[in-house]
Design a binder for this molecule. Structure first.
Ligand code: C2E
Ligand code: CA
Ligand code: CA
Ligand code: CA
Length: 281
């Protein structure tokens, strides 16, 4: 352990130094990367299990840096949120999502793209203007997009949050609650907000085939969502058994490695083509 042993202190010190060096490097490289738009979007298909069609895509940011190598969004998104860099980064991501809509149109595809919006960006006073400006510049109307926000973003039910969501809906965006079930929040917002979709977090889907308790919770979430006129997406589905169970529970949409990992645009186009051949599109 870090505290024990003859070299414990030195070891701990080295580790600290390495950590802080990495943060410094991450900070410098992230700023440069934003300047140079060093990011790429990958797209994970979401499958409508009743119709057997691709219902839409989730855009997930990827960053491959010369010095740091591949950095996971699970590392750099929280850091960008802490430093405020998430705002310019989020604008780059939205812009790239617009470019993807245009690229898909070239191939005759119109699949809604879900964009993850950080609570920091969502809560900016000019969030609506900022997203609208980017869409208008690209001439890609809001009905091409879905906004994914976590429970935490909408948790407090502030009047401002409600009006922002209502305005997003009026513009034509669909709204999804991401990571549903992990926010420890009350469910009151589900009634107050104009939501289209609940995405059940992967932690509820894992071991669903062997644990009755998880089945009970997921079943209840699906029934509740349907009564509230929302669609349900199951996230992180990896096995056929999970698909079978979710199908029996009338889950609407499935997303996960079972169908596809997130793909760069060229591979996504191949996936779509293959899917259409396989499913008589
Ligand atoms: P998330 O929004 O919950 O995204 C789903 C994550 O689960 C993605 O990880 C995806 O690659 C992964 N995933 C999908 N299917 C499976 C599966 O079957 N099994 C497993 N084990 N994992 C699966 P990723 O791309 O590393 O992103 C991690 C998180 O980083 C995201 O979680 C989201 O919170 C954040 N993030 C990613 N891209 C963006 C972005 O463009 N903007 C913002 N604000 N956040 C992003
Ligand atoms: Ca998401
Ligand atoms: Ca999620
Ligand atoms: Ca997550």
């Amino acid at each position: 352990s870090k505290k024990n042993g003859r070299n414990g202190y030195a070891f701990y010190f080295d580790e600290l130094q390495t950590d802080s060096q990495r943060v410094l490097l991450l900070d410098a490289e992230l700023r440069k990367a934003i300047e140079n738009q060093e990011f790429e979007l990958y797209f994970q298909p979401k499958i409508d299990i009743e119709k057997d069609t691709i219902q839409g895509l989730e855009a997930l940011v990827r960053w491959n840096n010369k010095k740091l190598g591949f950095v996971s969004p699970a590392e750099f998104i929280p850091y960008a949120e802490e430093t405020g860099l998430i705002i310019p980064l989020s604008e780059i991501i939205i812009n790239k999502a617009c470019e993807a809509v245009i690229e898909l149109q070239k191939f005759g595809q119109k699949l809604p793209i879900a964009i993850n919006i950080s609570s920091i960006h969502f809560k900016q006073q000019n969030f609506l203007e900022s997203i609208q400006t980017i869409l208008e510049r690209n001439n890609t109307p809001a009905n091409n997009f879905e906004i994914e926000v976590t429970e935490r973003t909408v948790m407090n039910s502030a009047a401002e949050t409600v009006s922002k969501l209502v305005r997003l809906k009026q513009l034509g965006f669909k709204i999804s609650i991401d990571d549903f079930g992990t926010g420890y929040s009350s469910l009151s917002y589900l009634v107050r907000f104009p939501l289209d979709c609940l995405k059940i977090d992967r932690s509820f889907i894992q071991h669903i085939s062997s644990l009755d308790e998880k089945q009970a919770v997921v079943d209840a979430i699906i029934q509740m969502s349907h009564r509230l006129k929302m669609k349900v997406v199951a996230e992180g589905v990896e096995q056929a058994q999970q698909v079978d169970i979710l199908r029996k529970m009338n889950c609407d949409i499935i997303q996960g490695f079972y169908y596809s990992k997130p793909l760069p645009m060229n591979e996504l186009l191949e996936f779509i083509e293959f899917w259409e051949i396989e499913h008589q599109g």
